[in-house]
Design a protein around this ligand. Sequence first.
Ligand code: SAH
Ligand code: SF4
Ligand code: F3S
Length: 471
Amino acid sequence: MSTKSNLNDNLIISEWTEHVRNLNTEYTLETGKIKKFKLDVFGCQMNERDAETIAGMLTDMGYEEVYGDDFADIIVFVTCCVRENAEEKIYGHIGALSKVCEEKGSIIVASGCMMQQPHVVEKIKQSYKNVKIVFGTHNVHMFPELLYRYLTKGKRVFEVWEKEQRIIEELPIKRAEKHKAWVNIILGCNNFCTYCIVPHVRGRERSRKMEDILSEVRALAEDGCKEITLLGQNVNSYGNDLGEKDLFAKLLYAIEEIDGIHRVRFMTSHPKDLSDSLIDAMKNCSKVCNHLHLPFQAGSNRILKLMNRKYTREHYLELIGKIKAAVPDIALSTDIIVGFPGETEEDFEQTLDIVEKVGFDSAFMFIYSPRKGTPAAKLEQTTPSEVISQRFKRLADLQTEIATKLAKRFEGKTVEVLVDGPSKQNPEMLSGRTRDNRLVNFKAEGVEKGEFVIVEIVRAGAFWLEGRGGK
Ligand code: SAH
Ligand code: SF4
Ligand code: F3S
């Protein structure tokens, strides 16, 4: 349900949208052509979801989406700044477009997390003149207005809001997929892990109202969607700002009642907030998939404290014990940072120890990257970079060995797969995910994207399973 002020926002947005659409209609009448847009999205699922809003707005404004190397009049970057290499890659991509901008008149729009940092916006102003419009994570809804301003005045438009505002519901959306969908439940983060830029660029926690989420999920189900992933930097704090405790578990029980949705996933859970009632909900709700992503970041209590993670290794292992007892076939994944400032060999061995003790089916492993404005960036890095690279390799090798062993138990077994389309690893095969989020590449006849198939696994490795399937 929209609140009154929400309605006002939505009306204003649709007016700007109409102004741009009128310009595009004139262009089409004159030239017989339709203007094109393309998205270049970096970072996490939050950005994937924001990109769907931006694509929805552009579609409503009369643009048509193109992909790959096709020419686009507007190229929108949805940027990430979680690590330095993400930022460098984005500057590289923007720079590489200078020819098509100069010769063919494409314009670049830069949005997303990187733009919430004033030094980035300054650099873009000075050095990346082909970027014509900049907005941040808190004012995505202004895009139609900013685009209209640029198209009618021809001057570069920079508009980034420093602070978050309340959530605007019912913004346009063009979803990337029909059979599965991202659903935001909470925006922002209050945790301030000392290495992390996210709270600085995504603002404080704001939960969407439960009835807004449920009506979105119901609409998705009616539209044929089978799997939803509930999104938040920390889904376990869902509802805290609405003054209700443990609302996330209640939300899972409510979604369980919605016909048509077969699978429910969520990410990310913070170990300090993973409650017993959530573990119960995972056990009791048949639609909630048997997969939990629970980042532990570091295995040493000393480093966890320096990271401001607010839990200990003992607490983390206790949680893992509880979830394995409640959901015996649970698949576990995690995030790990190697080389936090001052990490000693002993600290690092504690990280390896957690990896051995838990047995993660998959892990995202990162080398620590100092982020301007975060407390950890002020800490002195006493560990040489070669040592950090060696540690990273030791960790990655150990994790691959464990994941391979864990995956082997699937050989000769059958699994249920929701088909995503052609495989990225082998285009002659189809690919999809199991309930426990394993990637499966398989051969099958007459099977379409969005269908469930039963696949017999013939080979299992650390990163994907291979099989043959039928309905
Ligand atoms: N909200 C989620 C994800 C945050 S970003 C969570 O709390 O788990 C995704 C991952 O990037 C983090 O889990 C962390 O492992 C990694 N990360 C964040 N900041 C980083 C930094 N400065 N250097 C290296 N990795 C980082
Ligand atoms: Fe970053 Fe920590 Fe928030 Fe995750 S919980 S987004 S790692 S500050
Ligand atoms: Fe990156 Fe922003 Fe996500 S910094 S990881 S895109 S919240």
